[in-house]
Design a binder for this molecule. Sequence first.
Ligand SMILES: Nc1ncnc2c1ncn2[C@@H]1O[C@H](COP(=O)(O)OP(=O)(O)OP(=O)(O)O)[C@@H](O)[C@H]1O
Length: 591
Amino acid sequence: MIMTLLGQVKQYRRDSILTPVFTALEVLMEVLIPFITASLIDQGIEAGNMTKVLQYGGLMLAIAFCSLACGALAGTFAASAASGFACNLRDGMYENIQRFSFSNIDKFSTAGLVTRMTTDVTNVQNSYQMILRIAVRAPFMLLCSMAMCFATNARLSLVFVAAIIVLGCVLALIVKCTTKIFDVVFRKYDALNASVQENVSAIRVVKAFVREDHENRKFTDAAGQLYQMFVKAESILAFNNPTMMLVIYGCVLSLSWFGAHLVVGGDMTTGQLTSMFSYIMSILMSLMMLSMIFVMVTMSAASGRRIAEILEEQPDLVNPDRPITEIPDGSIDFDHVSFSYKHGGSGKETLADIDLHIRSGETVGVIGGTGCGKSSLVNLISRLYDVTQGSVRVGGIDVRRYDMEALRDQVAVVLQKNVLFTGTILDNLRWGNEQATRQECEAVCRLACADEFISRLPDGYDTHIEQGGSNVSGGQKQRLCIARALLKKPRVLILDDSTSAVDTATDARIRAAFAEHIPGTTKIIIAQRVSSVEHADRILVLNEGRISGFDTHENLLSGNIIYREIYETQMKGGGDFDQPGGIGKEGEENG
Ligand SMILES: Nc1ncnc2c1ncn2[C@@H]1O[C@H](COP(=O)(O)OP(=O)(O)OP(=O)(O)O)[C@@H](O)[C@H]1O
């Protein structure tokens, strides 16, 4: 973990080295000051020698000034090194997350990734800055002050040795108890972030279902648990200060008692005793700083581990050695494919023994109950996940042999959870193809029946889309996403329930436009409505992850019970609002 994290220091190595160097110089000078004070008292004040007083006084001033300058430089370098380190950590994680497959993301959860990029990095940044400054300063100061003490009076210095042993034992105990708690604290942070993220992104749903109280309770629970854990950890850490004070006062008392005896007995000068008092303060301050470092490192060790996990995570899906970049045609073959989710799944096979062969240019409808594996099936075509068994071929070649970018450019998927980004409509469309001209964008919008609503907008194609597409309706968003996918001019176009919020008349016009303008593109259309797939060349009926039928509408109606049941239920008006006898016409404004 430490090597992984330190690997991100990169260009800030210079600042990271200069900080301890200047800190060491600062300490060296601070240590010299009490030594000079002793000489000033013994040779100047007590001997009544004014020249010595001025000499030593001037020297002390010069040293104090240098120490100040070194301290300021060390502080500046530490701040730059720590912020730069944090920036590199975030960049490194972000870059690796971009390479993650869907399966990697399932493993960490989106909320977990957000906590690691924010709270965890801030923790590590703070402790890195502290370590750079204090981890060198405290032990160095401790050693130098101890050396000076022993040089001044070895017997009296034994007082510190006893103090260090007591303090060391207490600190070790505190660190041991709090490490475990902080590990749990950051997992609770994930839960808190998940709650915030879910609630904020779905605030409209929360309000529509009047679930504010429930969501408030959920958040209060998550925040309360975090509070409990922090209180527990902090109440253990709180022993740190009183122990420290006890040791400091114990040392001062012992030093005064034994020191006074030594001075009276003539074994020590007043100046030496004064400098011993300064050194004892330095030693105890160093110990205090060391204990603070322990606390900080204990807290950030858990964060460091979580960051290293992301940096070290290998993407589940990688390009093969000599990847193929051209897809010969749009045919799709599933050869005895089985698939199950590695993370968060039920452990059961989501797809079992799928043997399916689709011709290039064919239009295939996919229908089946919720959760039967329709999305999982199409996700395998563009290699968003890898099969567990068997193989998926596009254009006759195993998808694992393609360059993933090339494959995903030529197999365009309009995912079930459509997302638009902040920017104009044109910006969003050009996610499909950055080089697309305005004419090309307009042409695909006509195909996806999006042009009609865009032309009604005051700014047309330059209309600004708010974050997540919240200022367009569900049906409008779906049509923009279809247009965006069409801009890729794909060989295979997959619509995963992408016209669910579009009325049936528009849905039919989109299908007709596809048949007329992109006949060579293989089209896979997942839908809940039979009306959306009945005109397809063939329809795949999925049932609990297995193929129940794959044939034309007419053949399935006569030979497949599941398909007939779905059809009949929808014809009676139960499932399709737009059918005659349905509940009413579904508008497109149900976003
Ligand atoms: N990322 C995931 N991690 C773990 N399990 C998942 C994941 N996505 C889906 N599943 C599970 O896999 C099964 C099939 O899901 P899938 O989304 O493929 O079904 P679907 O037929 O597309 O459903 P719907 O019609 O509701 O969209 C479900 O039981 C679901 O809970």
